[in-house]
Design a protein around this ligand. Structure first.
Ligand SMILES: [Zn+2]
Length: 188
C-alpha cells in the first residue's frame, strides 16, 4: 500500500531519514535515526503512515537500556562490587546479569540510575533502612569530578527538645524522607 500525503492526497511521497538527538543519563547525547516522509507535490514532511511514534519510542528505549552496562561499570570503578549491590538490594545475581546484557526494565533502570547518582543509598538499604542507617547516612554524587558530601552531625541534647520531630529525630529538612537534618559540606 502506497503512502499518501495527508495534506494534498498525492502519492508522490518519498522516505527520508532524519536524526533525533536524545540525551541518555550518564551517556551523553545519542543520535537516533528514524524514517519519515516528504511529499514531492506539496513539500510537506511528516509521519504520514503513523509509525514514527512507535519506532521512535522503541529506539529511545533501546538507547536507554543500552546504558545499563556502563552504569554498572561506573559503579564497579567507584569501588562498588555487584555482589554488594545485589546483597544490599536483595537482588539475585541473575537479575544484574541480565542488566549487563542490556535486558533491563524501565523501573530497574530508574533504580540503577538513582544508585549511580547516590551510591550511599546502598548503605541505607544494606542497613535495612533503620534509624541507625539513616544516622550514618552520607550523600555523595558518584563520579570522578564532582563530589558533594553531606554529613549528618546530629546532637540530641535533651529528650524533649522542642525542635525534634517524630521519634526524637530532627524533622526532615529536605524533601527526601530518608534525610533527617543534613549538614552541607563546604564544597557545594
Ligand atoms: Zn502533499
Amino acid at each position: 500500500m502506497s503512502v499518501i500525503c495527508p495534506f494534498c492526497d498525492s502519492n508522490n511521497v518519498e522516505k527520508v531519514i532524519v536524526n533525533n538527538i536524545c540525551t541518555i543519563p550518564y551517556c551523553g547525547e545519542t543520535v537516533i535515526q528514524h524514517k519519515t516522509y516528504r511529499c514531492n507535490n506539496c513539500q510537506e514532511q511528516g509521519d504520514f503512515d503513523y509509525t514514527l511514534d512507535k519506532a521512535l519510542t522503541k529506539a529511545i528505549d533501546k538507547a536507554n537500556t543500552g546504558s545499563a552496562p556502563k552504569l554498572i561499570a561506573d559503579l564497579n570503578k567507584d569501588g562498588i562490587p555487584m555482589a554488594y549491590f545485589e546483597r544490599a538490594l536483595r537482588l539475585p545475581v541473575r537479575t544484574t546479569a541480565r542488566w549487563k546484557k542490556k535486558k533491563i526494565s524501565r523501573e530497574s533502570l530508574a533504580l540503577l540510575r538513582l544508585i549511580r547518582f547516590c551510591p550511599q543509598l546502598l548503605e541505607v538499604a544494606d542497613g535495612n533502612f533503620s534509624f541507625e542507617a539513616r544516622d550514618k547516612y552520607s550523600f555523595s554524587i558518584g563520579g570522578t569530578h564532582q563530589t558533594i558530601t553531606i554529613e549528618q552531625k546530629i546532637t540530641i541534647t535533651g529528650q524533649t527538645a522542642p525542635q525534634l520531630g517524630f521519634g526524637g529525630y530532627p524533622a526532615p529538612a529536605i524533601s527526601l524522607p530518608m534525610f533527617t537534618k543534613p549538614h552541607f559540606g563546604a564544597n557545594i
